[in-house]
Design a protein around this ligand. Structure first.
Ligand SMILES: N[C@@H](CCC(=O)N[C@@H](CS)C(=O)NCC(=O)O)C(=O)O
Length: 222
């Protein structure tokens, strides 16, 4: 007699509602149709420095994903892990040049833009340089990155960044554009392609369900 297999436990996402890095992972999970458990880590209360959480992410950052015995504390690593483990609804194309372009856009967001406006850095500027001084700094970093990405994708973008299918570049661009518009007062008229993508993302179900204000720990939620 065959024994019934125990159902696999759902992956657990450690996330903060407003974190753009967590937002990326929520989009990737939704696109791949993966049901997951949401655990909130309140960055403003310093819960990222809790010793238990630091076992999951020694950098004291969200997100972290726990999938069985896999513990991954970086959004880019999580996206690539999900792509390999859950090949349904691929995020990376077979075409090598298009794949490299996706990875380049994702890298610009996660190493050339977001780290330059993360909470630690913004707090440091506000304390050491002066109140309100972080905003022009953040805007300059986003403008620099968006100028590069706009030029890179304007010739190949369709409905989404790389054509008419959602790909990895979209997973990284959507949260960055959302933060630029809602938190950092970036004038998106300078970036017509990115502005158009933003409108697409706001109405796509997998992206919509990942929006910050739709998360259980969002102040407006529930
Ligand atoms: N490279 C990391 C960066 C993670 C990161 O910067 N997370 C931010 C939120 S988007 C964070 O936890 N910040 C907390 C802090 O700066 O104390 C990733 O992509 O996951």
């Amino acid at each position: 007699m065959a024994l019934a297999e125990a159902p696999a436990a759902r992956p657990i996402l450690y996330s903060y509602w407003r974190s753009s890095c967590s937002h990326r992972v929520r989009i990737a999970l939704n696109l791949k149709g993966i049901d997951y458990e949401y655990k909130a880590v309140n960055l403003l209360k310093g819960e990222q420095s809790d010793p238990e959480f630091m076992k999951l992410n020694p950098m004291k950052f969200v997100p972290a994903l726990v999938d069985g015995d896999a513990v991954i504390g970086d959004s880019y690593a999580v996206a690539l892990y999900l792509e390999d483990k859950y090949p349904q609804r691929p995020l990376l194309p077979q075409d090598l040049k298009k794949k490299a372009l996706n990875i380049q856009v994702a890298s610009i967001v996660c190493s050339g833009i977001q780290p330059l406006h993360n909470l630690t850095l913004v707090r440091f500027i506000e304390q050491k340089v002066g109140t309100g001084e972080s905003i022009p700094w953040v805007q300059q970093q986003i403008d620099r990155g968006f100028t590069a990405v706009e030029n890179m994708i304007k010739g190949c973008a369709g409905k989404f960044a790389m054509g008419d299918e959602v790909q990895l570049a979209d997973v990284f661009l959507a949260p960055q554009i959302f933060a630029a518009v809602t938190r950092f007062q970036i004038d998106m008229s300078n970036y017509p392609t990115l502005a158009r993508l933003h409108d697409q993302y706001m109405t796509h179900p997998a992206f919509e369900a990942a929006l910050p204000d739709r998360q259980p720990d969002a102040p407006s939620s529930g």
